[in-house]
Ligand binder design. Structure first.
Ligand code: UDP
Length: 236
């Protein structure tokens, strides 16, 4: 099978695991996701994955209700670890070799994040899941994805979304919203296009890391994004 990338970093939001309930983990949704990751892996590309925690806990929301922001963000980071363990389990059940590395040490359930070690796992075609975001409060898992992709030399950051790509306005509320085939980092920032937070976009821009935003909910789409450049929106 053809492939255009050697190494990709896939960013999946926590909500992608929740299904219609929008909370928690729906195992049938997880199984579909794993099928898609398996197909992507069969293209021969090296895959790192950052998964969010929004289906379980979001620090910012708890902070607006009076919780200390740093404490609630640490809870959010732990939520990403729960999702990471679920994803690891489901991937391994389908016969894929994986490693989970977390930015907050939890040595009895995961490896600590060590860049060189992650690099080695990826070179051996193991799928590496990065849990606990960046390990620091006030960041998001989008920023964690941009950071891991940059430091591990990924060719592209694949940002899985609920829609086909990046639009000039929210396509879920505006029927006339137009999708960009390609858009610059600065347009995303200046036009406040909602795709990833500014910190994440800026990190990608400063390091020339291209991003493709694509629809996660079309079966087989992760592999399609890897094989062809005609899917989603390219941000570069
Ligand atoms: N978080 C954090 N630092 C990070 C990454 C995540 O503090 O580097 C916390 C933050 O509270 C965030 C939560 O973890 O709300 C879950 O991550 P995120 O909202 O990015 O998940 P997603 O929206 O992708 O499901």
């Amino acid at each position: 099978m053809s492939k255009i990338y050697k190494r990709v970093l896939l960013k999946i939001s926590g909500e992608a695991l929740a299904g219609s309930a929008k909370q928690g983990i729906d195992l049938s949704v997880l199984d579909q996701l794993v099928e898609d990751i398996l197909k992507a892996h069969q293209t021969g590309v090296q895959i790192g994955i950052v998964i969010g925690g929004g289906n379980i806990f979001r620090g910012v929301s708890a902070a607006t209700q009076g919780m200390d922001r740093a404490s609630s963000d640490y809870m959010g980071m732990l939520a990403t670890c729960i999702n990471s363990l679920a994803l690891q389990d489901a991937l391994e059940k389908r016969g894929l070799e994986t490693r989970l590395q977390t930015a907050i040490e939890m040595s009895s359930i995961a490896e600590a994040y060590i860049r060189r070690r992650a690099d080695r796992h990826l070179n051996k075609n193991r799928i590496v899941i990065f849990g606990a975001g960046t390990g620091s409060p006030y960041f998001t898992t989008d920023t964690a994805a941009a950071l891991r992709a940059t430091e591990l030399g990924a060719d592209i950051l694949l940002k899985a979304t609920n829609v086909e790509g990046v639009y000039d306005k929210d396509p879920q509320d505006n029927k006339d919203a137009k999708m960009y085939k390609q858009v610059s980092y600065s347009d995303v920032l200046n036009k406040k296009l909602k795709i990833m937070d500014y910190t994440a976009i800026t990190l990608c821009m400063e390091n020339n890391l291209p991003i493709i935003a694509f629809n996660l909910h079309k079966p087989g789409n992760i592999a399609e994004v890897i094989k062809s450049q005609s899917i989603g929106t390219l941000i570069s």
